[in-house]
Design a protein around this ligand. Structure first.
Ligand SMILES: Nc1nc2c(ncn2[C@@H]2O[C@H](COP(=O)(O)OP(=O)(O)O)[C@@H](O)[C@H]2O)c(=O)[nH]1
Ligand SMILES: [Mg+2]
Length: 448
């Protein structure tokens, strides 16, 4: 059996690869998500035909254990052709002879024991190999059955309730994941038309998008906030925008700015310039001890904003940075900047890396550059983050807004990707639904 594995970032790409390599009649054995990738096991149609059971009169195949024992015996028999041969012949040819094989007198006891021991070892080895081969075939069969059952159930549901297909297309086009889409569509109240169903979906999504009711929790209460996230997501710009909002409310003397970006040449210049414009001091710190001293000195400030150095979510430094901020002797609330233009896989990885002991909230940046925003909203909903602000441009301080869930959900469905490249065919939808794994975390999504 010539099973081939195909992996790609999306089901669509993986399916295309299967089709390119094995033709349109390829048989899909399994389809699953692994490490953020879609993995498909497939078989050429010809190979699948060859798997049909053998003809009845064909000789029964020998197991590897039997084959090994047979070849061992054959080798030894060759050494004594004349006497040994009849011993293995059927006994009815010579009825007077005992039915048990006659042993060659030249084979002494010791050799026989060796032979037996070797045969046992070989049989054990091959039995283990056979077992593991069988297990992996059973696993492949199970995967195949699971995904085909899911495909069938989606296929029949889609025929009975076409509004589900319509809603699914809208959700996928808006950038929401197959997993969240499947979960919500399965819960869709019966007897509604497509428009009504979509309205229900939007309501549920909105209800599960946590936002700040107003800025008071942050700007009135004050405290120490650190903006974290990978390089270039808009931390420095967002820090400056937030700083301007604080200054407008409380005046410059109530605020302090800290940058942890003390190493890169010119890295803190940007924040310094904003600080100068706002009349706020900018302190740079290089390690936890420094930060501790700075925060102690600034403990009388109403609000302290920390602009951190960008660290890739794949870097070990993220853990160190989380430790530095939580060990600084003050309650540092971390706000994660999420770039709306990043893929869902990347955003999930970013959240996981930066989560640490808990994020106070997140800021959605570069909304103006995103072709779709369902991807980032999906991550915020599923990771249960509090979305505080949305940044939709480079201008400081104008392009920062309090997150409005109704507006964002509406906007997600308006911004749908409608290029042909991102549309799924009717045949692909069941497969996509079958590969959307059930996510235990989704049980906490409130439906109404
Ligand atoms: N279009 C757009 N650009 C932004 C936004 N936020 C930040 N930028 C730009 O993205 C670039 C990187 O921003 P910066 O704040 O330095 O990112 P940092 O590395 O995370 O500190 C800069 O050119 C910003 O002007 C936004 O919401 N929209
Ligand atoms: Mg920066």
């Amino acid at each position: 059996m010539n099973v081939k594995k195909f992996t790609a970032a999306s089901s669509r790409d993986a399916l295309r690869k299967v089709r390119e390599a094995l033709g349109p009649d390829a048989v899909i054995l399994s389809n699953r998500q692994a490490d953020g990738q879609v993995e498909i096991l497939a078989l050429a149609n010809d190979d699948a035909a060859a798997l049909a059971p053998p003809a009845i009169d064909a000789p029964a195949p020998m197991s590897p254990a039997q084959a090994a024992a047979r070849s061992y015996m054959d080798n030894h028999r060759d050494n004594h052709p004349r006497q040994a041969a009849p011993a293995f012949a059927p006994s009815f040819a010579m009825p007077a002879q005992p039915a048990a094989p006659v042993m060659d007198a030249g084979i002494d006891m010791q050799r026989m024991q060796q032979m037996m021991a070797a045969a046992i070892v070989q049989a054990k080895d091959s039995a283990a190999a056979e077992m593991s081969g069988m297990m992996s075939e059973i696993r492949a069969m199970r995967g195949m059955m699971e995904s085909q059952l899911a495909e069938l159930s989606w296929g029949s549901a889609a025929q009975r309730e076409p509004q589900k297909t319509a809603v699914l297309r809208e959700m996928l086009a808006a950038g929401f994941s197959a997993t969240l889409s499947r979960y919500l569509i399965e819960k869709l109240p019966a007897g509604r038309d497509a428009a009504d169903s979509l309205r229900w979906i939007k309501t549920v999504l909105g209800r599960n998008l946590q936002t700040m009711a107003n800025e008071d929790a942050m700007l009135e209460q004050g405290g120490v906030f650190a903006l974290v996230g990978p390089t270039g997501v808009g931390k420095t710009t967002s820090t400056a925008k937030l700083a301007a909002r604080c200054v407008m409310r409380h005046g410059p003397e109530k605020l302090a700015l800290i940058t942890t970006d003390a190493y890169r040449i010119g890295a803190h210049e940007q924040l310094r310039i904003y600080g100068k414009i706002l009349g706020v001091m900018v302190h740079s710190v290089k390690d936890e001890a420094d930060l501790r001293i700075a925060l102690k000195e600034l403990r009388n400030k109403h609000t302290v904003l920390i602009d951190t150095v960008g660290v890739s979510q794949r870097d070990q430094m993220v853990t160190e940075q989380v430790a530095m901020l939580s060990g600084a002797g003050a309650d540092v609330k971390r706000l994660l900047c999420l770039n709306s233009t990043a893929t869902q896989e990347t955003l999930n990885e970013v959240v996981r890396a930066y989560q640490g002991t808990g994020l106070a909230g997140c800021i959605m940046t570069k909304l103006d550059e995103a072709a779709s925003i369902g991807n980032v909203l999906d991550v915020v909903i599923r990771q249960k983050l509090k979305l505080c602000y949305v940044s939709n441009g480079q201008r400081v301080p104008e392009d920062l807004h309090l997150a409005d869930r109704g507006y964002l959900i509406d906007r997600a469905f308006k911004l749908k990707k409608d290029s042909a490249a991102t549309q799924y065919s009717d045949a692909e939808l069941p497969l996509l639904m079958a590969s959307a794994h059930h996510d235990a975390g989704l049980r906490e999504v409130h439906l109404g």
